[in-house]
Design a protein around this ligand. Structure first.
Ligand code: GUN
Length: 281
């Protein structure tokens, strides 16, 4: 039976470490502050934003919440971002995605100052990651690296296969695993024989957004399986992209959904905010 990688426990550990660090920074007169912008009231976004504010409060990071109406124009949003870019007391700026259709997401992301881009979505952050330079890293893949490291799972020399090539997870995940000396393959919807590739993996990361798509047939005996999915099954119950019941007996380690990758995203967001504040010392 696979070891369950406990994202709830590991994210708590990271938040506790950060809480101590924030307290120590406070003693030096350094404050950490995250501005969170939500446009409209998409219910899922409201939950995510609420969780981010809660995590900030726990760690000791000040959060500035900007809840803007759905009708906010692109220019109004860009002006708010520009204003926050200039405020020395704001270390991080997060614009919750998705944005309403009339706003160009790329333009908004490009307007965030790279030194405050705690989501790691700015082209400069992505470029820095791709050439191994300093910059903020997208929180979900950064959280997966922490899950592996803190579970004593070696990446160096391992065959790593990623299913999914999104800008937020698949692509940065590939770069991070490569940075850790993994041998990396990225699969996607045009990969002809997906099973043949995923079966090679020592470490399999799945981020496709299809409920229970990956069953035991896709997994090599003893593989480590990381499930980034947040889907609903046929009964409306939260599940991942991996068919947990089928894969768990075959894997050596596996992340559950919920309680695996999910909690790590916010922990790494907090980490990025603290790193940003430390740049100003
Ligand atoms: N929407 C869903 N996940 C995220 C995230 O990590 N950051 C932002 N800004 N929006 C999101």
């Amino acid at each position: 039976m696979a070891m369950r990688i406990d994202g709830k426990r590991i994210s708590q550990q990271i938040k506790d470490e950060l809480k101590e660090e924030v307290a120590a920074l406070g003693e030096q007169g350094v404050k950490v502050c995250l501005a969170v912008i939500q446009v409209g009231n998409d219910p899922a976004s409201t939950v995510y934003v609420g969780n981010k504010k809660k995590a900030c409060a726990y760690v000791g990071i000040e959060s500035l919440a900007y809840e803007l109406p759905e009708e906010t124009t692109e220019e109004e949003l860009l002006n708010l971002v520009r204003e926050l870019n200039k405020k020395d007391e704001v270390n991080g700026i997060l614009v919750q995605l998705p944005l309403p259709d009339h706003i160009d997401e790329d333009k908004v992301i490009r307007t965030i100052a790279p030194e405050k881009d705690v989501d790691g979505f700015h082209p400069q952050s992505v470029g820095a990651l791709s050439i191994g330079q300093k910059g903020f890293v997208s929180c979900t893949p950064a959280g997966i690296i922490q899950l592996l490291k803190r579970s004593d799972i070696a990446i160096d020399g391992k065959e790593c296969v990623i299913v999914g090539r999104s800008n937020i997870v698949g692509k940065p995940m590939a770069l991070l695993l490569l940075r850790e000396n993994g041998t990396v393959t990225v699969c996607h919807s045009h990969t002809p024989d997906l099973k043949a590739v995923t079966r090679r993996a020592d470490i399999l990361v799945v981020a496709v957004g299809k409920a229970k798509m990956i069953d035991a047939d896709y997994v090599r005996e003893g593989a480590v399986v990381i499930d980034v999915g947040m889907d609903r099954d046929e009964n409306g119950k939260l599940c991942g992209d991996v068919d947990f019941a089928s894969v768990e007996p075959k894997a050596s380690a596996i992340t559950p959904v919920p309680g695996g990758v999910g909690p790590m995203t916010i922990a790494m967001l907090m980490h990025n905010c603290v790193e940003s504040a430390k740049q100003n010392i």
